[in-house]
Design a protein around this ligand. Structure first.
Ligand SMILES: [Zn+2]
Length: 425
């Protein structure tokens, strides 16, 4: 059998009621392109685009062009002059065209194709690889995500994590995002993202999920950001509110780093040789001690033998690791009281501050043991890391709207349109 382009097209993209009339290879301005001209199937009435029921023809509009998936790497266009039909219910409307979506100049197949590639490559690379513009990729992903959000299922969401993410360069309120994740064992995904990190932001996010989802929640995980705590206490009080292990460790590490930096510059200013001992230690200090091995471990041990404040702060931080090993709530509470007592007596400002914070949030911190095994401490951290990969790439996005779409696209686990049709990639 002689293979014709038409045969391939009909096999993978058959549109009932339409035929490929003409396929041409052209080269306007020296650039190859394929043009596929479509026509209505003879004797078949057009369908109303609103209800998809056949309706008598009204008139014909000027020809439109749609970008299709490139064949053999050659830019491919669909050409078609849409009919208007007179639907009994909807009046005079443009006919239904299965490859079309609204007024977009790209076929549904091509939008799906670009959107899928945009998950593996950056948007810019995707545009370059398939001879199209960045804007085209953006619009395709946008359509893909909107479809996914409209069709996603939110049943069975039991645990959510709420967090703030810094993005861009601004340190002000505009430089933060509020994210809501689902962190159940069977499904971890981004549920919602919004600008800023205020009470209003989180309230907006919870409202977007809907009352049914909120009522079904059993666990909520967050950091100690006051606006979040307020909203969660007011709106999700029926769920067990847990302060995430990873956030508490982060606080301890921040405090320790502050101590190290202050001491280091103090020693250097005094010209003391001990300043050398603090050099290049940052990551060794911040890591969990059981993960510092080899020569780094020796270096750490030498530091601990000194009388430096950093060494004492590190010992306090390291001691706290023990907290997470408790099996009983009772034991954990006793340890927390002991640790905060010790930290408060340490005369190390940043550590005292952490101790006071922990003490004032004791109830929420101990909830971690009440929820033991149900809430994964790594889930929020893991999703945050993935978000950072996207937001870092986001300097190319220019706008917040584009980044928001990229986040849902990569982390939302959204259902995809056109599951039943041919997959081009
Ligand atoms: Zn209709």
């Amino acid at each position: 059998m002689q293979l014709e382009v038409k045969t391939v097209l009909n096999r993978i993209q058959h549109f009932v009621g339409f035929v490929c009339q003409d396929i041409r290879l052209r080269s306007p301005r020296g650039k190859l392109c394929i043009e596929v001209t479509l026509e209505p199937h003879q004797g078949m009435a057009g369908k109303c685009s609103a209800c998809q029921r056949p309706a008598p023809g009204y008139d014909r509009l000027p020809e439109r062009w749609w970008l299709f998936v490139p064949l053999w790497g050659i830019v491919t266009w669909f050409r078609y002059a849409p009919r208007r039909v007179e639907c009994a219910q909807h009046g005079v409307v443009v006919e239904h065209m299965p490859w079309n979506e609204g007024k977009r100049p790209i076929t549904v197949a091509m939008m799906g194709f670009l959107a899928r590639w945009a998950r593996r490559l950056s948007w810019r690379e995707t545009a370059r690889a398939f001879h199209t513009r960045w804007e085209c990729v953006y619009r395709s992903v946008e359509w893909f995500v909107q479809w996914g959000l409209a069709h996603r299922k939110l049943e069975g969401v039991r645990s959510i994590g709420v967090d703030e993410i810094h993005w861009g360069k601004s340190k002000r309120a505009d430089g933060f995002l509020t994210v809501i994740y689902q962190i159940d064992g069977h499904c971890r995904r981004l549920l919602w993202v919004g600008k800023r990190r205020t009470q209003a932001t989180l309230r907006r996010g919870l409202a977007a999920l809907g009352t049914e989802v909120i009522q079904g929640l059993r666990f909520v995980c967050s950091d100690m950001w006051r606006p979040y705590l307020n909203v969660l206490a007011a709106k999700v009080s029926h769920a067990l509110h847990v302060l995430d292990r990873f956030h508490i460790t982060w606080q301890l590490n921040q405090a320790l780093d502050e101590v190290r930096r202050a001491e280091s510059s103090r020693l250097r200013a005094a010209g003391r040789a001990q300043a050398e001992q603090l050099k290049g230690l940052r990551w060794k200090l911040l890591r969990r001690s059981s993960r510092v091995l080899g020569r780094a471990r020796d270096q750490l041990r030498r530091l601990l033998r000194t009388k430096l404040v950093t060494a004492r702060a590190w010992a306090l931080k390291d001691l706290f690791e023990h907290f997470w090993t408790y099996q009983s709530l009772w034991g954990a509470r006793r340890f927390l009281e002991f640790w905060t007592w010790r930290a408060l007596r340490s005369r190390i400002g940043p550590m005292q501050r952490v101790a006071r914070t922990l003490r004032s949030h004791q109830g929420l911190i101990l909830n971690w043991f009440r929820a033991k095994g149900e809430v994964s401490s790594g889930a929020v951290e893991g999703l945050n890391n993935k978000i950072r990969v996207v937001t870092r790439r986001s300097y190319g996005f220019r706008t917040y709207a584009a980044m928001e779409i990229a986040l849902y696209h990569t982390l939302g686990r959204l259902p995809e349109p056109g599951e039943a049709t041919h997959r081009f990639c």
